[in-house]
Write a protein that binds this ligand. Structure first.
Ligand code: GLN
Length: 488
């Protein structure tokens, strides 16, 4: 049963071939069996899951089924869930039980999904391998014995979905945290247009960049999840006030003489990527051409500066957002001899090293002596990049580029902070610009590990981005079930 896609499962649930309870039990059994090894979930919620499933079965039986009734999902532990511990993978929120539900998780409740649990991530979503989690890193189910990283920061969800512990799930993408983990675990990850999915109730990292989005095994499944997640939310002032129709199955935009212009980013030609990534990317471009796409070169002149701009803007916003964890209002409190000492002791004990590094950088770049040269300069680069994307989309309909340079590395790889930051090279620019981007598997590398490529579109062109991603998925025609776990 865990082999079904969401689309197939919905069909079987509707026709009564399977029940939501059976489907949920199958996933809970797998979680029981593998979560100890994979560490995909920080908190598993079996009672809630079975109650959700029973309610879904009831609705399906009496003909009031909802859009995703009975589909078991993993919720990144950054989305506040009422009555269920929400940790952001941080010691400082280790025992935080929200009294409210995030808009995104509420949308999933309203759609009838089954909550399996809260999935692991980098602490406050800061990282690339999910190694900064206070609860230990999740690992990838691919070539399990090698203990490969499942990506970050949404690595718990990718680990769970790739291993069949959940049918799909949520992530957040501030600088690549959905796309990068999906690219190295063979999954589809969507960073929607900024503002399409509400951030309300999602623990804030960098508010102008944070983008909730879905993670799934197929493009159609990701589109289904996105159709539930998206929507205007008056509680989030940056939520887009418009309706996006997402119809699944996604319809082809190539073939039968359909015209489409696809842009390749010139500046990325100079970036070193693995031979496998290069070959697979070129193969997929050739496939798109044979389907009738016209391929053109576009220029985003400052795109290689995106990384530097991101690592100024994101920490700056984080230093402000994380000021609220002071031992008074939320979570951990370490008593000091006065209130300032309490702040200091609480934050010193509650935050991990990477979070502290970001807070120090963020505070520095916002200080009066550095603000103009760092923060404002980064903001200008950001504007140039967003303008360049707009201009590029005058010459093409959609852009494609790699999601990363390499396949998954072992979790134990010893990288410096700057080496980790550099892994975001292909993803951060889209967050700075706010444009939608999907990472879709483009094939298996010679080491039999998956690689992903991105489709990027103009603001609110999310559906076409998904449609082109589906063509790539079909061309790659790759088995994205890791043998070690899924092949049993
Ligand atoms: N790797 C990036 C960072 O550490 C991206 C994080 C994210 O998208 N949440 O900031």
């Amino acid at each position: 049963m865990i082999d079904l896609t969401i689309t197939e499962a919905l069909e079987k649930l509707k026709s009564g071939k399977i029940s939501a309870t059976e489907l949920t039990r199958a996933h809970l059994d797998r979680i029981e069996k593998y979560n100890g090894t994979l560490n995909s979930f920080i908190t598993v919620t079996p009672e809630r899951a079975l109650a959700d499933a029973a309610a879904a079965d009831e609705r399906i039986k009496n003909g009031t089924a909802r859009a995703l009734d009975g589909i078991p999902i993993a919720m990144k532990d950054l989305f506040a869930t009422r009555g269920i511990r929400t940790t952001a993978a941080s010691h400082i929120l280790e025992n935080f039980i929200p009294e409210y539900e995030s808009t995104v998780s509420q949308h999933f409740i309203d759609a009838g999904t089954v909550l399996l649990g809260k999935s692991n991530l980098d602490e406050f979503a800061m990282g690339t391998f999910s190694k900064t989690s206070y609860f230990g890193a999740p690992i990838s189910p691919w070539q399990l014995e090698r203990k490969l990283n499942a990506g970050g920061s949404s690595g718990g969800t990718t680990s769970a979905v790739a291993a069949g512990l959940a049918m799909g799930g949520t992530g957040t993408d501030t600088g690549g945290s959905i796309r990068f983990p999906c690219s190295i675990t063979g999954l589809v990850g969507v960073k929607p247009t900024y503002g399409l999915c509400s951030r309300w109730g999602c623990v804030a990292f960098a508010s102008s960049l944070d983008t909730p989005g879905p993670i799934a095994r197929t493009v159609d499944d990701a589109a289904l999840l996105l159709s539930v997640m998206a929507g205007h939310d008056p509680k989030d002032s940056t939520s887009a006030n418009r309706k996006t129709e997402i119809n699944v199955p996604l319809q082809p935009i190539l073939g039968d003489g359909k015209k489409l212009r696809i842009g390749l980013i010139k500046e990325f030609n100079d970036v070193k990527i693995s031979d496998d990534m290069k070959n697979l990317f070129e193969k997929r471009i050739a496939d798109l051409k044979s389907l009738g796409a016209e391929v053109v070169e576009v220029s985003i002149p400052n795109i290689l500066d995106a990384l530097a701009a991101y690592y100024v803007i994101a920490p700056a916003e984080a230093s402000s957002n994380l000021a609220r964890y002071d031992g008074v209002r939320y979570g951990l409190r370490v008593e000091g001899h006065d209130i300032y000492d309490t702040y200091k002791k609480t934050r010193a004990a509650g935050f991990g090293d990477e979070v502290k590094r970001r807070l120090i950088i963020g505070t520095a770049v916002l200080s009066s002596s550095s603000y103009e040269v760092y923060f404002m300069q980064a903001a200008r680069v950001r504007r140039l990049i967003a303008n360049a994307f707009n201009k590029a989309f005058e010459q093409c309909d959609l852009i494609v580029c790699p999601s990363g340079a390499n396949t998954a590395m072992p979790l134990e790889s010893d990288l410096t902070p700057l080496e980790y930051y550099a892994l975001d090279l292909f993803t951060v620019a889209m967050n700075l610009a706010g444009v939608p981007a999907v990472s879709v598997p483009c094939g298996l590398a010679t080491n039999n590990l998956p690689l992903g490529m991105q489709v990027v579109g103009r603001m609110f062109d999310d559906v076409r981005v998904l449609q082109l991603a589906k063509h790539i998925e079909q061309c790659a025609n790759m088995n994205n079930r890791p043998k070690t776990v899924m092949g049993e």
